[in-house]
Ligand binder design. Structure first.
Ligand code: NAP
Length: 260
């Protein structure tokens, strides 16, 4: 592989990227950053058509190419169709970002089996199905990069989130396992564990949580979707060409804070 000059490492011109759950929040930030870096972006959504359209519009305005595609990611056939869309519209698939997920709270003693299953399905099955569909395509095409979204909750459990914490710990181990199997096919698989990421209304809805976060974070603030987008650019780029199977923590230093 030819190694690009340092200034060209984050140039994604001619590369096709699928970002799941990209109509809002972190996924929208990831999609925008890939678009600004020159990629052709499939902006996946489930129900958020307006949000996905606005992300597509922003990418087009910044000079990139993008397309909004709907899929229910717990359905294997829809995930496969999503991946096919990338190759049909943009001629390939270089990067798959499995970002979609859910995080409703539930206390362990009140949690129903359906709530547990829904969490595992939305967070782990989607990572499995997205990785498998993308890797089948990438293996035939000669390689690629896959990034799964885990969470710092995979390492430090959040309260009333035993199903969420477990699902994200599963995503971390799944990522390592996939990296081991897919490396020989030229496919790198990594995950990112974000800390608390800002969203409209977060400070009003959860002022005490945001204040606690700001106190614990060495860098003193909550993150932005673009902070995660840039970590994705790095992991998907040739700058990370010898990196696979890692869990990159992007949390402003919270996991490094004192625990006593
Ligand atoms: N926000 C944080 O502070 C934070 C911290 C750590 C980790 N994370 C992780 O980062 C990822 C993104 O978080 P976020 O806060 O940006 O979430 P978000 O705003 O709720 O967006 C998640 C997206 O995933 C989609 N989605 C969920 N289940 C789906 C399914 N079965 N099929 C298709 N689409 C589905 C939703 O689509 P629709 O709305 O259209 O249904 C939604 O647009 C998640 O994996 C989350 O666990 C977030």
């Amino acid at each position: 592989m030819e190694i690009p000059k340092p200034k060209d490492l984050l140039d994604f011109k001619g590369k096709t990227v699928v970002v799941t759950g990209a109509s809002q929040g972190i996924g929208a930030g990831i999609a925008r950053r890939f678009g600004e870096a020159g990629a052709q972006v499939i902006v996946h959504y489930r129900s958020g058509l307006d949000g996905a359209k606005s992300v597509v519009e922003k990418i087009r305005k910044s000079g990139g190419q993008a397309l909004a595609v709907a899929a229910e990611l717990t359905e294997q056939s829809e995930v496969e169709a999503l991946v096919n869309n990338a190759s049909e519209h943009f001629g390939g698939l270089d990067v798959m970002v499995n970002n979609a997920g859910i995080f409703p709270n539930a206390r362990l003693l009140d949690m129903t089996r359906d709530e547990w299953r829904a969490m595992i399905e939305a967070n782990m099955d989607t990572a499995f199905l997205g990785t498998q569909a993308a890797a089948r395509y990438m293996k035939a095409a000669g390689g690629g990069a896959i990034i799964n979204l885990a969470s710092i909750s995979a390492m430090n459990p959040a309260s009333d989130h035993s199903h969420y914490n477990s699902s994200k710990a599963g995503v971390v181990m799944f990522t390592q396992s996939a990296a081991q199997e897919l490396g020989p096919s030229g496919i790198r698989v990594n995950c990112i564990s974000p800390g608390l990421i800002g969203r409209p209304g977060l400070e009003d809805a959860w002022p005490e949580g945001v204040a606690r976060w700001q106190q614990s974070a060495a860098l003193g603030k909550v993150g932005s979707p673009e902070d995660i987008g840039d970590a994705c650019l790095f992991l998907a780029s040739p700058a990370a060409r010898w990196i696979t199977g890692v869990n990159l923590v992007v949390d402003g230093g919270v996991l490094s804070s004192m625990i006593y």
